[in-house]
Design a protein around this ligand. Structure first.
Ligand code: Y39
Ligand code: FE
Ligand code: FE
Ligand code: FE
Length: 230
């Protein structure tokens, strides 16, 4: 089905567009910074993977720089207070889990939930982005699959002993994703990104990850239902 938004010409210099961009761009910049911090933290929790995790952290730092350049290119100042507020709950849950040494919960939050969110958002953004941002985002999204894969591989290798903690972490964190999507629905739509498409791509990436780790279709259905009602 052709998307009307990709046919309609977006005016990247329009004030409405730039206002919405100031919040979405901030979310992405804040998200990349937090992702970078989270991978450093994961490297401390998982010393045998420390070098690999430091490498992923550096990739996130580069993503942040790329998206800052996208904002400058459109002459938009990112609303970083909004970005921090947007991630506050999920970030708080990651930090609490890290303080308690709950590695599996931290991996679920960063490598499965946040990476799936990034993959959905960037894939939906690419066709409607300005040419400068499109190039940057195309480079970034390839990396995000690698990040998701890191979490998948580790959790797959430790599935039996991680299963219960994964289910609990899913129950506590997936509802936050739907709240976050609701918060940006209007701004995203001004940029040509529809919430339904974001949800669909998120669920595909997240569901495939859970399947690769070892969950059954039945488990995935049950786990996906969390938060949808809330
Ligand atoms: O791993 C990463 O690089 C993740 C930090 C980035 C998350 C980006 C989340 C974007 C949500 C944007 C919502 C716009 C509709
Ligand atoms: Fe990233
Ligand atoms: Fe990203
Ligand atoms: Fe990432």
């Amino acid at each position: 089905m052709p998307q009307l938004e990709t046919i309609t010409e977006l005016d990247f210099q329009n004030e409405t567009y730039k206002d919405a961009y100031s919040r979405i761009n901030a979310i992405v910049i804040e998200g990349e910074q937090e992702a970078s911090d989270n991978y450093i933290k994961l490297g401390e929790m998982l010393p045998e993977e420390r070098e690999e995790l430091i490498r992923l952290s550096k990739m996130e730092k580069r993503h942040k720089k790329g998206f800052q350049a996208c904002g400058r290119n459109l002459e938009v100042t990112p609303d970083m207070d909004f970005g921090r507020e947007f991630f506050a709950k999920l970030h708080g849950n990651f930090q609490k889990a890290a303080a308690e040494g709950k590695l599996v919960t931290c991996l679920l939050i960063q490598s499965l939930i946040i990476e799936s969110f990034a993959i959905a958002a960037y894939n939906i953004y690419i066709p409607v982005a300005d040419p400068f941002a499109r190039k940057i985002t195309e480079g970034v999204v390839k990396d995000e699959y690698e990040h998701l894969n890191f979490g998948e591989e580790w959790l797959k290798a430790h599935f039996e002993e991680s299963k219960a903690e994964l289910e609990e972490a899913n129950r506590q964190n997936l509802p936050l994703v739907w709240k976050m999507l609701n918060q940006v629905e209007k701004d995203a739509s001004i940029l040509g990104m529809e919430k339904e498409a974001l949800i669909e791509d998120f669920m595909i990436a997240y569901g495939e990850a859970l399947s690769n780790i070892g969950f059954t279709t039945r488990d995935i259905m049950r786990m996906s239902a969390y938060g949808l009602a809330g």
